[in-house]
Design a protein around this ligand. Structure first.
Ligand SMILES: [Zn+2]
Ligand SMILES: [Zn+2]
Length: 172
């Protein structure tokens, strides 16, 4: 939380503060991800303009969670650069553009803002490494660290048989 009344914002004046942000645990598609235990430092710029407040949040951190392929813990860097605007007199119906959801009175909720911005800038699939071999679909062996004796999956031939069925299906 930042108490913006402490910043003595006057029109045209930009204040920058660097604050540690406790990033809450994130949940994406039922999977939990977390930032490092030591809270990353965010830079927050707040400018009072004639009609309201401009706010910018910048943060570099890492996010950890299960690798999309092998389920081992994976850590990826994430950078955010997010902006919000709070109008002094929001026009009715323009709430999304003119109201900052993270500002309650004079308190700016950096944690929630950072968490939302991190979710938006996270890679779609977190991988422990670019060429992660994943798990064997038959026996579950982690193919990065071991080999198994399962026959190669017959995915290709099954797919082509399925494709044949689709091609042969009568139209309409
Ligand atoms: Zn992996
Ligand atoms: Zn196997």
């Amino acid at each position: 939380m930042i108490d913006i009344s402490q910043l003595r914002l006057e029109p045209g004046v930009e204040r920058s503060v660097e604050v540690p942000v406790a990033v809450p645990q994130l949940e994406l598609g039922g999977v939990a991800y977390h930032a490092p235990a030591a809270p990353p430092i965010a830079r927050v710029d707040i400018t009072r303009v004639i009609s309201g407040l401009l706010m910018r949040l910048r943060l570099h951190t890492t996010i950890s969670g299960p690798c999309h392929r092998c389920l081992e813990e994976a850590t990826v860097p994430v950078s955010i650069d997010a902006r919000e605007y709070q109008s002094d007199h929001p026009a009715p119906g323009a709430e999304a553009e003119e109201v900052c959801d993270y500002l309650q009175g004079d308190e700016l909720d950096i944690s929630t803002w950072a968490a939302d911005a991190i979710v938006l800038s996270m890679p779609h699939k977190i991988l422990c490494k670019e060429d992660c071999e994943g798990l064997c679909p038959s026996c579950g062996t982690n193919l990065n660290t071991a080999e198994c004796t399962c026959p190669p999956p017959e995915v290709e031939s099954r797919w082509s048989a399925l494709q044949q069925l689709v091609d042969d299906a009568p139209e309409g």
